[in-house]
Design a protein around this ligand. Structure first.
Ligand code: HEM
Ligand SMILES: *[C@@H]1O[C@H](CO)[C@@H](O)[C@H](O)[C@H]1NC(C)=O
Ligand SMILES: *[C@@H]1O[C@H](CO)[C@@H](O)[C@H](O)[C@H]1NC(C)=O
Length: 355
């Protein structure tokens, strides 16, 4: 018993030959039990992060940005071009990687997270994936993401050009994702993240960010419906690069999202989530677990998922047509499967919430 605790403590359980049985223990100051002693530090970091970055555990802009950052760190990986994946390089080498235009507005969350990532004896790569999982857990309807720790704190800057941009066409985006090991279906599942997303105002950063759907604080399937509505409203600041007309004034549609929603390579998976929040969450959770270890030696990591809070759920499985729109506004794009009949919220068009 004692020897397995010691081995777990040193992260040597796997070197001991047989896989050590999980040792439930109660030595962390902030909780009653933890599988690995190394997970204790994450309970400390959790409280700090929730209190000081996520404004008491809310699904606020910083929580969204933390999720985005997990992708921008991890996708910096190519078997041929280099990059260490989910290695913390976006924070360790921010002065290099943030020059990539696709990393626009990541600086804000780097500034918020870096002091905490330095304060605790953890690697930047671990801290980024941790913050994304915790931030996501603050959003109602989200899955509880896996969190593995133990990444090295050493990294090199990822080469520029590995991060998909909103003005890229579908062929370019799918090729980039395939190069990093992700299928078109996995990309669609990853884009459930855009259900809790907004874009910072380009012309006037003091203005609120503009959401990608009508419910930016809920991890729901509204994003997958609203990206399929006929686009009529020009982006509020005119023709911003990488945006296309959205269905509702004040809502942002990334050009890439509008194209992926309609492309035969991705549209059926896209549509499938509209009435199946459970599948959306299960697939998102699975692909996030894969994203979080891109470029990493999984065998050397250990599971601290127990530290990630349990998100609040909601009853509804199905998305809805936003108020002021009808089923006729849907540009159904999955050949062979008609778009499902959705309930329509009553009343006139509602103002888009700001983030
Ligand atoms: C085709 C791939 C993708 C493209 C082109 C893309 C592009 C963008 C852009 C342009 C923004 C706005 C950022 C800003 O200026 O404030 C954004 C926001 C966001 N993205 Fe993506 N993204 C992609 C995939 C992903 C993936 C895979 C994830 C996570 C797993 C993700 C998570 C987010 C989140 C959470 C936000 C909201 C950030 C905030 O509200 O501040 N994105 N994305
Ligand atoms: C990880 O590396 C960064 C520099 O990239 C450093 O500031 C930080 O203190 C390191 N953390 C640990 C635990 O060594
Ligand atoms: C997609 O974009 C790439 C790079 O800009 C370009 O070479 C290619 O022709 C485009 N493909 C399509 C189908 O538009």
């Amino acid at each position: 018993m004692i020897s397995s605790i010691v081995l777990s403590t040193l992260g040597l359980a796997s070197l001991a030959g047989a896989i050590a049985p999980p040792v439930r223990r109660s030595a962390c100051p902030k909780n009653t039990e933890s599988t690995f002693l190394q997970c204790c530090v994450w309970y400390e970091a959790l409280d700090d992060l929730q209190a000081n970055v996520f404004n008491d555990g809310q699904c606020i802009e910083e929580a969204h940005e933390a999720l985005r950052m997990t992708f921008h760190d991890a996708i910096g990986f190519s078997p041929t071009l280099g990059g260490g994946g989910a290695d913390g390089s976006i924070m360790a080498h921010a002065e290099v990687e943030l020059l990539d235009p696709a990393n626009g507005n990541i600086d804000d969350i780097v500034n918020h997270l870096q002091p905490l990532a330095i304060k605790y004896p953890v690697s930047f790569g671990d801290f980024i994936q941790f913050a994304g999982a915790v931030g996501t857990s603050n959003c109602i309807g989200a899955p509880r993401l896996e969190f593995l720790a133990g990444r090295s704190n050493t990294s090199q800057p990822a080469p520029a050009g590995l991060i998909p941009a909103p003005f890229d066409n579908v062929t370019t985006i799918l090729a980039r994702m395939a190069d990093a090991g992700f299928s078109p279906e996995e990309l669609v599942a990853l884009l459930a993240s855009h259900s809790i997303a907004a874009r910072d105002a380009v012309a006037d950063p003091s203005q609120h960010a503009r959401p990608f759907d009508t419910t930016p604080d809920a991890f729901d399937a509204q994003f997958f419906v609203e990206t399929l509505l006929v686009g009529i409203a020009l982006p509020t600041e005119g023709n911003v690069v990488g945006e296309s007309p959205s269905p509702l004034l004040g809502e942002i549609r990334l050009a890439s999202d509008g194209l992926l929603a309609r492309d035969p390579r991705t549209s059926c998976e896209w549509q499938s989530f509209v009435t199946d929040h459970t599948a959306m969450n299960a697939k998102f959770k699975a692909v996030m677990a894969k994203l979080a270890v891109v470029g990493q030696d999984v065998g050397s990591l250990y599971d601290c998922s127990e530290v990630i809070p349990m998100p609040k759920g909601f009853a509804s499985e199905s998305a809805v047509i936003p108020a002021g729109k009808t089923m006729a506004d849907i540009e159904g794009s999955c050949a062979g499967t008609p778009f499902p009949k959705l309930a329509t919220l009553p009343g006139p068009v509602q103002p888009i919430p700001t983030v």
